[in-house]
Design a protein around this ligand. Sequence first.
Ligand code: HEC
Ligand code: HEC
Ligand code: HEC
Ligand code: HEC
Length: 443
Amino acid sequence: MGGMRKTIVRLVAVVLLPWAAAGSAADAGKHLGVASCAGSTCHGSTRPFTDSRIRQDEYFTWQRKDAHTRAYDTLLSERSQEIAHKLALKDAANAPRCLVCHAENAPQAQRGERYMVTDGIGCEACHGGSEHWIREHTAGYKTLADRSAAGLYPTWDPIARARLCSGCHVGDNDHPMSHAIMAAGHPPILFELDTFEVLEPPHWRVDAGYVERKGPQDPARNWAAGQVEGARAVLENLAGPRFHGGAFPELAFFDCNACHHSLIKGGRARPQRSGGLPDGSVPLADSQLVMLIRWLDVVEPAAGRKWHDQWVALQAASQRSSGEVQSQARNMLVTLDSVLVPKVRATTLDDAQLRSLLKSIVAEARGSHAGDFSNAEQTAMAVSVLTTALSERGAEQVSDGLRKAVDGLYAQVMDRDRFQPDSYRGSVEKVAVALGLARGAAD
Ligand code: HEC
Ligand code: HEC
Ligand code: HEC
Ligand code: HEC
């Protein structure tokens, strides 16, 4: 009876919410451990198979090249011990505050015999506990729905995939990142789906067979999905229990540079932005919210205006009370689910739209509201991903000039402590010129 009920719950969760977060009903099976996947005729080959649908060297790629392998080991490092010490934690490697993101943190009852916390973020952290599908999945599935129904987490779906990554890479209520952790020495985190997928690096091969099984892949859609799910994590944080009343709610939800300025001379670190708040105020961190205004502007301008107005209202609420922030964040989550998610799923930008999107992002960055470091980071990643998408489609002759300008923009955001707004704006200007935007076309 229990098993039956569980199965029904799982089916319902998967069919209605194929993007349900890992750790929910969709991930009900035991985690059997990386060792269960790593056999040489399974996923542990040292080189890709040529006569198989999949590469079969996934374990090798993960083990040799993927930062997730070392996520747990990082907690044993001197840097982690220092962070732990400042937070008055005995041991980072045993602290739930760290393990939520640095390990495959399956609930005790779901840890199989070969599960090892020391494996870091293993296969089942992303693909779901394999107890119920490990045997049958080797035969493959006819449809994606069959695949989800078996209990595999829908990593192939860009929205679900982005939600999986952003939980840890933006931080959400299940994976809380706090100002205390960062002030103790943790690097600030950031996220953009397409960039992070390339960096991981992929242990999957997108060929014709892959597209047939899993649908067409589109970097521009990945980018939009990453923005949507990054926004969800941020808004759920703002709507959630960590954004409480009191003079100072969780500081990690605010724009870092409003309080922290670069120590290197070069003027005020933060030109004003953020929904028209007066100079000198402390705005909410919004780099995961604003790119969606640009995307919607291209897809459906009226929806873009609405998201823009909601963002302005959110920033205004942040100057009044935490209750108002929470209720405005909830309003935006409704728009996210009812408008943005379906649109991202249904939309493939054509070449002209992709070009408009790129230009609109650059025009915004060049305006007087150039934004803080995190906004600059998102701008650089967006420009890079969308330019590459255009050139991969063969739609844009990406000139040497444009490529150099994009590289130059990227270089501006490599080091937060050396970020110089004036120099950044110079690089934005070069991209704008390379894209043929008329001078002063912004604002
Ligand atoms: C369970 C939490 C978790 C999930 C889920 C997760 N990551 Fe990570 N990721 C981490 C942690 C922690 C690190 C840092 C590992 C280290 O260096 O110790 C990391 C590192 C990375 C890095 C290397 C970053 C760098 O600066 O070198 C990339 C790229 C990355 N993740 C991409 C992804 C993508 C893409 C997804 C989704 C498909 C994803 N991650 C899902 C926690 C997670
Ligand atoms: C919300 C998820 C999250 C939490 C909570 C978290 N981390 Fe991280 N951590 C990350 C991610 C993601 C990265 C990789 C950042 C990147 O490169 O983009 C990282 C990177 C690090 C690094 C730098 C690794 C390197 O190779 O440079 C250290 C050290 C670290 N974390 C230690 C800790 C400790 C100690 C704790 C607990 C006090 C902790 N982390 C809690 C997500 C998290
Ligand atoms: C950080 C998250 C993450 C981890 C950890 C991870 N994967 Fe994946 N995996 C993905 C994503 C994202 C995809 C691409 C989307 C898809 O095809 O489902 C993928 C795809 C795959 C595929 C499908 C390839 C295809 O052509 O259909 C296999 C097989 C696979 N992973 C096996 C593994 C194995 C084995 C491990 C552990 C050694 C592992 N993965 C660890 C995220 C992850
Ligand atoms: C409302 C102002 C405010 C905001 C916003 C803020 N901080 Fe802080 N931060 C502080 C204060 C105050 C301290 C000193 C705390 C102490 O001494 O214990 C501090 C300390 C730190 C430190 C320790 C080193 C230092 O410079 O003192 C780091 C690192 C840090 N913050 C990072 C961040 C990051 C990253 C963000 C954005 C996600 C952020 N802060 C947002 C006010 C802020």
